[in-house]
Design a protein around this ligand. Structure first.
Ligand code: CU
Length: 273
C-alpha cells in the first residue's frame, strides 16, 4: 500500500507539469512556437507597454525558480515514500539529532534567494511605483465601484474635477507612445485596476487617491479587469482600453465632448471636490 501512495505522490509533479505544458500548447496555433511561448508569455498576454518586459522577466525568473524547487521536493518526497515503505523496512526507527550543517545550508539558501529577489526587483518596483513621469498632469481619473469603472477625462481645460470634465463608463482611451498618469480611486470597496497587456495592476482603495503610470507602445483594443474579488458582480467588472494614435484620440475626445455638451443642457456641472 505504501508503494501505491508513493506512486500517487509521484504523479503530482508529473501531471502538474503535463497540465502546465498542455495549457501552453493549447494556446498556440502551431507547436513550433511552444518553447518560445514558455519563455516569453506563458499566462501573460501580449505586452504592449514600454516597461512590461521587466515585470515579465521577474515573473519568468520566479516561475522557473519555484518550478524547479517544486519538482525537486515532490520527487524527493515520492522517492522517500517508495524507499522507506514500512511494509518492507522492518528495522526499528532510529532517531538522530539531525545535521547542524544541513540546517545552516537550508536556512541560508532560501534566505539568500529571497534577498536576491528583493534586490533584483528594486528597479522594476521603483519604475512602476516611485519614479512618476515628471511635469505632466494626470491624463484621466478612474474610479472603481461595484461593478464598473467610471472614467473621467479633464476636458478642454486639462484639469480634472472641473465643470468641463468628460465622463465614460468602462471605456478608457489613451494615446500611444505617451506617458499616461491615471488617478485611481474607489467609491465603495477594494478593487484592483488591472491592465494585463500593460502589466499594470494596482489596488483601488476607498478613501485613497493613487497614481498609476505607464506608456503604451502599440495601438489596439485591450481589457481592463478588476483583479480583486469585490462582490457578487466582480466577474463582470471589465472595461475596454483603446490605445490609439494622438490624432484618433483627439478626434474621439472631440466627439465625446460634443455628446456630453449636448446632454449637459439638461444637466448641471458635476460637483466640485
Ligand atoms: Cu472590482
Amino acid at each position: 500500500m505504501g508503494k501505491f501512495w508513493a506512486f500517487l505522490f509521484f504523479l503530482v509533479p508529473v501531471l502538474g507539469t503535463a497540465v502546465f505544458l498542455v495549457a501552453i500548447a493549447g494556446n498556440q496555433p502551431t507547436s513550433e512556437q511552444l518553447f518560445p511561448m514558455i519563455w516569453e508569455r506563458h499566462w501573460l498576454p501580449e505586452d504592449v507597454s514600454q516597461d512590461g518586459h521587466r515585470i515579465d522577466s521577474l515573473f519568468m525568473f520566479i516561475l522557473w525558480l519555484t518550478g524547479i524547487v517544486f519538482l525537486a521536493t515532490e520527487f524527493a518526497m515520492a522517492w522517500f515514500m517508495w524507499r522507506y515503505d514500512a511494509k518492507v523496512n522492518r528495522d526499528p526507527v532510529k532517531f538522530s539529532h539531525g545535521s547542524h550543517n544541513l540546517e545552516i545550508i537550508w536556512t541560508i539558501l532560501p534566505a539568500a534567494t529571497l534577498l536576491f529577489i528583493a534586490l533584483h526587483q528594486m528597479h522594476a518596483w521603483a519604475e512602476a511605483k516611485i519614479e512618476r513621469p515628471e511635469g505632466i498632469p494626470p491624463t484621466v481619473e478612474v474610479t472603481g465601484r461595484q461593478f464598473e469603472w467610471r472614467i473621467r477625462y479633464p476636458g478642454k481645460d486639462g484639469k480634472l474635477n472641473t465643470a468641463d470634465d468628460l465622463l465614460t463608463v468602462n471605456d478608457l482611451h489613451i494615446p500611444v507612445d505617451e506617458d499616461i498618469i491615471v488617478v485611481l480611486k474607489s467609491e465603495d470597496v477594494l478593487h484592483s485596476f488591472f491592465l494585463p497587456n500593460l502589466r499594470v495592476k494596482q489596488d483601488a482603495v476607498p478613501g485613497m487617491k493613487q497614481l498609476v503610470w505607464f506608456k503604451a507602445v502599440r495601438t489596439g483594443e485591450f481589457d481592463i479587469v478588476c483583479a480583486e474579488i469585490c462582490g457578487w458582480g466582480h466577474y463582470k467588472m471589465k472595461g475596454q482600453l483603446t490605445i490609439e494614435s494622438r490624432e484618433e484620440y483627439d478626434e474621439w475626445m472631440a466627439e465625446l465632448h460634443d455628446k456630453v455638451t449636448a446632454t449637459q443642457a439638461r444637466q448641471k456641472a458635476p460637483p466640485e471636490e
